[in-house]
Write a protein that binds this ligand. Structure first.
Ligand code: BGC
Length: 713
């Protein structure tokens, strides 16, 4: 069917499918709207998809133009950045990765898809699966952190969630794995900056999550803005055709990032727009987002023979295949439903899911003197800080159709968790990012007159996401002064961090007894945090990124190499900084619970395998505290010696156990030899014989170790 359609298309109609535009018009009631010129372009078969248009009414009207008034009646795609929710905003992806719970992440993506689909959006520009090792990069908030395995599992879960069992279902939307590739490797953490890395690092660390998304069936992939080693991704044939198509067998289409095609002129690999169009399209970028390069130049390039007719047909075929997979040829409006839109957006179930996701994403970083959980019998509690009663920032970057009025603030969440008799003293203390100190004294007064203090500090949502790199990881503005002042009140203080990236909080870590990392938790922020504060939920989140001590340690990631002179803080000629400890503030995988877990002796059997064998690694984990708790037990491996250097630790698996007080359970991992595959010195995929150290622990630092070996086959 697709091929017979392609046969009757004119060159211009074919090019039309390769073009994606954002609305140029505006409707005072519904927001973005098509301009009359855009409607005309759709009638002429000149547009393959529209993005940033939503709402059952607006999308249905646009779809009708395409399928009733254009010659070939080819339906449109409607794209939108549905990153962590459509109207029901869930925790940012970095936060959700901290749940280490793929079922939860899949469920939330499913909800986002159902809401978006009802509103006519049939394609999301998500999941963002870029590995990020540099927290200065604002887009670290949109991904799943620094680890390739965790990132891959989250990527696949999100694709499954968005697309469901069948993308043609009315509640499914097409996923788009982005930004291909290695966008997170930007030098200095500066957005859009140059990426230059070895092929080994690219393949072992950065590529796996995209691969996982493709293997999970992602229908589309977005090319990234950056270059890698001199070649911008959007014009990178080796990447878009060699790896993505030929190695991985990807059959969907590649969309460029926003104007990334014409940005190749600034990159310096194309002299003009026509050259940029030819370069991008021939490399494998099938659809042009916003730049206009394909619209205005591709027909001519085909006529001049600079782009082959076969390549043109292939690009069109890929796009039509996705429309077909979405069921749009059967019923172009199958997803769109005003009724479902009314009943599904922000439904009670969805809100309950956001609360559940919120509390499972929270990481308890510190709980000195057992300050947490707080008692519900306090006479008074001071809730202080610029984020304590903020209903905008908790939505985080890329908040879809999220609205501030949907957000439960921290003050509100605490209010509803406590009996009416508890006095709540709210004081803002200071703004997120200015120098006005006048609020600090009243905040200190509030702290002094309360039984306990909850202090919410962090970042604004504009400080992370796209084009939001920071040169420091410090709390912005004078928030540190507020923290220092409140710490001096002599009351039990709980620091609640809301932020889109790891922050350097060394002072707070040394002086504040209890710290919760909550990232940006979305619409149910206040309730989710209150659930943890008062012990209605026992936290189980684990950091999906390393928290460095200061920005000077960056990039700092747990799966680093050992070097020839591994750091010894007391020894000069070792690989370290002379002015701070070599360890991070909190390691990857770290997260406490209100109970304690004890790890027993580890068993590794058999002691030797060949590459086709499997090692079983087991350990007994016991809940030694007084509450039921969940622990994410983590498995790491290190190849002791090989043909190339290997990371000091690599995550190979994790399992979640729920244990009642006093209960213990044996946790067992199967580690197949193929999971030890590496790229050897000649870049061949091999499992090398030798010894391996295997670690099980509560995070990437606190582990028990054992050993096994791999024999030659
Ligand atoms: C971002 C993408 C996003 C696109 C469309 C770009 O600026 O880099 O992540 O999907 O805009 O909104």
């Amino acid at each position: 069917m697709i091929d017979s359609l392609i046969q009757v298309m004119t060159i211009d109609e074919k090019v039309g499918q390769l073009v994606l535009y954002t609305p140029r018009g505006h409707d005072s009631l519904s927001g973005p709207a098509l301009s009359p010129e855009q409607e005309q372009l759709i009638r002429q078969g000149g547009v393959g998809g529209i993005f940033n248009l939503w709402g059952a009414h607006a999308t249905r009207a646009a779809q009708k133009i395409a399928v009733e008034q254009s010659r070939l009646k080819i339906p449109l795609l409607f794209g939108l950045d549905v990153i962590h929710g459509y109207r029901t905003i869930f925790p940012i992806p970095l936060a959700e990765a901290g749940s280490w719970d793929t079922a939860l992440v899949e469920r939330d993506a499913r909800v986002a898809a159902a809401e978006a689909a009802a509103s006519g959006v049939n394609w999301t520009f998500a999941p963002m699966v870029d590995i990020a090792r540099d927290p200065r990069w604002g887009r670290i908030a949109e991904g799943s952190g620094e680890d390739p395995l965790l990132g891959s599992l989250m990527a696949a879960a999100r694709v499954r969630g968005f697309q469901g069992e069948d993308p043609a279902r009315e509640t499914s939307i097409a996923a788009c794995a982005k930004h291909f590739a290695a966008y997170g490797g930007a030098e200095g953490g500066r957005d859009y900056n140059t990426v230059d890395m070895s092929e080994r690092t690219l393949r072992e660390v950065y590529l796996p999550p995209y691969r996982a998304a493709v293997d999970a069936g992602a229908l589309t992939v977005m090319s990234s803005f950056n270059e890698i080693g001199g070649v911008p991704s959007t014009g990178n044939h080796a990447l878009l055709t060699g790896i993505l198509r030929n190695e991985w067998g990807f059959r969907g289409f590649v969309v460029s990032d926003w104007t990334a095609v014409t940005e190749m002129i600034a990159h310096g690999v194309a002299g003009d727009t026509a050259e940029a169009a030819a370069l991008a399209f021939n490399a494998g970028t099938d659809q042009d987002m916003e730049s206009g390069a394909y619209r205005f130049f591709l027909s001519r390039l085909v006529r001049e023979g600079k782009v082959s007719a076969a390549r043109l047909d292939e690009g069109v075929r890929r796009i039509l295949r996705v429309k077909y997979a979405l069921g749009l040829f059967d019923d172009p409006c199958r997803h769109i439903s005003g009724d479902r839109e009314r009943s599904t957006l922000l439904s009670p179930d969805h809100i309950a899911g956001a609360r559940d996701a919120g509390r499972k994403s929270i990481v308890l970083l510190k709980n000195g003197r057992g300050v947490l959980p707080l008692s519900k019998n306090l006479r008074s509690i001071a809730v202080i800080g610029p984020l304590a009663d903020d209903r905008t920032d908790p939505l985080g970057p890329w908040d879809g159709l999220g609205r501030p009025e949907d957000v439960v603030t921290l003050v509100e969440g605490i209010r509803s968790a406590l009996p009416p008799s508890t006095r709540i003293l709210y004081a803002k203390g200071c703004a997120l990012d200015d120098a006005d100190r006048s609020g600090i004294a009243p905040a200190l007064e509030a702290a002094k007159s309360a039984d306990a203090v909850v202090l919410a500090v962090g970042e604004s949502r504009e400080m992370s996401g796209e084009a939001a790199s920071r040169s420091t990881l410090d709390l912005p503005g004078i928030q540190n002064s507020l923290v220092e002042a409140v710490a001096g009140a002599g009351k039990p203080v709980v620091l609640v961090l809301m932020n889109g990236r790891p922050l350097s909080i060394a002072w707070a870590e040394a002086h504040i007894p209890a710290i919760l990392e909550t990232w940006f938790l979305g619409v149910q922020t206040g309730n989710a945090v209150a659930d943890v504060l008062f012990g209605d939920y026992n936290p189980s989140g684990k950091l999906p990124v390393t928290l460095p001590r200061t920005v000077g340690q960056v990039p700092y990631y747990y799966n680093h190499k050992n070097t020839g002179r591994p750091p010894v803080d007391t020894t000069k000629y070792t690989s370290r900084y002379i002015d701070l400890p070599s360890s991070p503030l909190f390691p990857f995988g770290f997260g406490l619970s209100y109970t304690t877990f004890e790890y027993g002796d580890m068993t590794v059997s058999p002691g030797a395998i060949d590459s086709a064998g499997t090692v079983t690694v087991g350990i007994r984990v016991k809940n030694t505290g007084a509450r039921t708790g969940e622990e994410v037990v983590q498995l790491y491996v290190r190849q002791d010696a090989g043909s190339v250097t290997r990371p000091v630790r690599e995550l190979k698996g994790f399992l979640r156990v729920t244990l009642a007080p006093g209960e213990s359970r044996r946790v067992e991992f199967s580690l197949p030899g193929r999971d030890l595959t590496i790229y050897d010195a000649a870049m061949r995929r091999v499992v090398e014989p030798g010894t391996f150290t295997v670690y099980i622990g509560t995070n990437s630092r606190d582990v028990t170790e054992g050993r096994f070996s791999v024999k030659k086959r």
